[in-house]
Ligand binder design. Sequence first.
Ligand code: C2E
Ligand code: CA
Ligand code: CA
Length: 649
Amino acid sequence: MQYNYDFEITALAVMLVVLLHFLIIHQFPTDKTRAYLKSLLVCVAECVVNILSSIGIANAENIPAFWNELFAFAFFALEGFCSYYIFCYILMVGEYRKNRFIKMAGMIPFLVFELMVLLTPFFKLFYYFEDGQYHQGIGAWYGYFYIAYYFMLNLILIYAHRKRIIVRIKATIWIYSTVCIVVVLVQLFVRELLLTSFANLTMLLLLYLAMQNTEDLFDPFIKDVANEKAFMIRLSNIVDRSEEKKVLTVYIRNYRYFFSIVDSQSSNEILQMVGTYLVKLCGKLKVFYLEDGVFAVLMETEEDRLRVQEQIQKRFSEGWSFNRNKLHLDLALIIQSYPQDFKTVEEFKNMLEYLIEHAKNAKENRVFEANAQTQKKVHYRNRLEAAIDHAIWNNSFEVYYQPIYSVREKRIVSLEALVRLRDENGEFISPEEFIPIAEKNGSILQIGPQVLEESCRFLLRHVLSNPSLGIRRVHINVSVLQCMRQNLKEVILPILEKYHIPPTMISLEITETLAIRAPEQMEHYMWELEKLGISFALDDYGSGNANCLYLSRFPFQKIKIDKEMVWSSFHNPSARIVLNNEINTLKQLGLPVLVEGIETKEQSDEMERLGVDYIQGFYYGKPMPEEECLRYIRQFNSIPEDYAKQGSR
Ligand code: C2E
Ligand code: CA
Ligand code: CA
């Protein structure tokens, strides 16, 4: 029989062009691109064999019989692989690789097919040759069934998981299926026309066009260094295939500092210097730039890791020449191993974030290795984050109120609102633990307004209508992030208006560390709010190392001395002198002073002698839920003398 293989030759030429393009632009080695390359190679091989076999059959009399047998054999063997690989690719894009049932359903017919191919030379299953003539065997029916089976299986998978598969891939497979049907129909009527590779080519081209663009996976500014997206794809492939790997993260601690003093071109050049060095040391597709001065390097073994780590440390200690200057890049290294330290990409990311945070603040150590303890801490932090999220969405933060005692008036005159959060068992989680996390992940921006709103509701319901209570104001803590990111006026005023709360009833507490590095914009907002009647208190005064000169920049009406400073004054004579001086200075500046952390009558008396204006501490009441706090104030303010005599509570 004379076959027409014109279409096969055209298909082969185009496939070779695709293959060449694929190899030259060096597709990023993900599982998907590897699977694609496998399918492409099998299709090319099948196409070549098909052409050779057709030529052989057409010239059977001039060619040794075993040639044709060999080509026919190779053709069927490859045909089995083609359908199976395309199925595997769909498994991968649909992410069903973990489903054993689907895997088996795809693998068994393939194994049967290949077994039949192996047995064909002996039992004439798919084909046989008689007098040099090619004949179909009865097994050819299985061949048709085989193609139809995968065809159906692919369509079922795509339909069942249509939401998970992106439109491009779905379209590719639908188009391919249509082309296959057309090809089969054409071949039924024109048997000598070979079109198998042409159909495969349609699929390969469509998939190639739908494939991730390599340029998307490399950093646009750092040549030869892949980006974070590429790293996450690589990592999820590693996890999927359970490959043992080490990730060495190179973190330039003073990156932000450099970027704040040089232009973006120079900062990219600095990163390029480091990137080029790492690529040279570890290889092109092993180095990734994540963000904020963080590079990740992938390694196979512990020995590699140690060797690379040592060289990197040495290189960084030598300094980097840049624009005729010597730069010192402050290096920290983080080591995480798969599968010991993390089981999923998410776990890796959480742990890295935690370790970077740790590395940022560390004084001595510069190498941070993940271990069981890190895992526990990260796990705990995740639980806290979940509890915070839950409370935000359910509006279930509670607010407790702690009394503030006026020394001159001898009664409770204001309250500090303190947020409370419970875990899933109803136990309290300390704000000292969860507030820093909420600051880091930004949820404080939601917590802050919720606490303010709750406090305003409390004021409206119990304080405004009840002047005899004697409460003039509620202190609200404001966090760093709120001040940096939010326009305080826009957040606060609508809430006050909603509950008809006069601004004079609100005092915002701003910590000393925040005030010291406050941007000008914040000062501006503060003065604006002050004009409207809102007052400000400086919280945790004395916890930083600043002198009090910066105070005049802000409209503070009260200074709250940090409890650590107060406590150390009770057993350390020098600390007592310092505290005494501070109080005198503040009073000379005309700033009322509040001391925190007073737990006993003796401590309270001592503070009164030093001349403080307000006292806050367990002696005058712990933070309490609103009803309890109201009862407490009523009792205290009606008979303050007797109450205080009862001693500490
Ligand atoms: P802070 O603003 O310095 O609040 C005073 C903390 O000292 C409170 O801890 C209070 O319970 C505790 N305290 C008061 N008197 C005494 C005492 O006599 N002895 C002892 N040992 N402790 C005393 P709390 O409620 O655990 O809050 C801790 C920190 O969490 C607060 O420190 C504040 O920085 C932050 N925080 C609390 N609520 C909020 C909030 O609504 N927003 C923001 N941004 N931060 C908050
Ligand atoms: Ca406070
Ligand atoms: Ca404080």
